[in-house]
Ligand binder design. Sequence first.
Ligand code: LLP
Length: 421
Amino acid sequence: MNPFAYRVGRMCAEDVDLAELADQAGTPLYVYSTAALRRRFEGFSGACPPGTLVAYSVKANGNLAVLKTLARLGAGADVVSSGELKRALAAGIPADKIVFSGVGKSAVEMRLALEAGIFQFNVESEPELETLNAVARDLGREAPVAIRVNPDVDAGTHAKITTGTADTKFGIPLDRAIQAYRHAARLEHLKVVGVDVHIGSQIHRLEPFEAACARLMELVRQLRNDGHEISRADIGGGLGIGYESGATVPDVQAYGRIANRLQSELGVALIAEPGRYIAAEAGLLLARVRYVKAGAAKTFAILDAGMNDLLRPALYGAYHEIVPVTEPGSGLASETYDIVGPVCETADLFASGRILPLLERGDLVAIMAAGAYGAAMSSAYNSRPPAAEVLVNGADWSVVRPRLSDDALVALDRLPAWLEG
Ligand code: LLP
């Protein structure tokens, strides 16, 4: 069942009427569905080999309520900062299901993660190995380490979210991996446990995953020959979703078979770090039309949501389906719109040349598949408090991130002594 569907002409999130929700909680509003989170999580983990640690990538949507929903389903977490680590722990994700990724972890972040007793550090450079070893020595601990390798595989996705090619900052090049593992093995407070790869995000073909896994298999064989005990393989995240209706989407079962092959050929414990696959379709951004404006050549529908709330279209030219919350009757007139926000930039454009049923001031629209990298990337640009967030569960809903007031935003700033008074 689609968690966001029309019922008697009105779009609902599970059993909650979106128009009523907008009246009560205000817009712009992120709306997440518990049922969809559960279905996506269970669909993903069910496709992976039994025992796979599904470490949900917190960066996609780190709302505490989302994390806690996933924690109760058995999710682990992939974190990239002490902030994400604290969120994951606060949501009840056990430390031994948390992996720490990222190219620039600080010593303070490493210390926190070591003290918490996380499952694994995915280390991305030789100097990072040294730093982690020093921090672990100070604490009298041993840090479990996988090295993220850069397999030089093109994921075939947007350049800004491609991470597995040789020209990106990510991972250690494969041809230096053996050397890096020897380096790690010499450091007394590191325990080499596995290998890690992540080639990009919104990947819509499976071949790049297969290519990356093939290189990982070869690497593990070489490492074992070199005397390392490799018992884990982290295959990262990146499985894409269909933003556009009719888009070809990778089959999660086929993805699972690739993971299965890797696992059975190497006899390792698997870790996967899905973010978008779990959260994107579990959320939408609800917005109200403020004005419909006739330009010289185009008609603009100006929403109360802006690029500060959902940056993806402005940053990546990303496509999001936009639908009216009241189901359009058949034969209703339509119009071609540029759907924009109120922010003072031409980049504040959600969709260009989109055909929608006639829109009027006050109408509600839903920007679909916004549950991942939506609220998580929002900002207060133009001094606009980011959209509030609501989690729906059946007929229940709850505000899980209130909207800040203008005054609360202003109150975050401080004046230096010479400007007081
Ligand atoms: N693991 C690592 C090491 C990552 O860097 C990422 C995403 C993931 C896992 C999760 O990838 P996913 O399964 O969500 O594709 N803001 C962009 C996406 C950036 C992804 C960054 N890394 C967007 O809105 O499309």
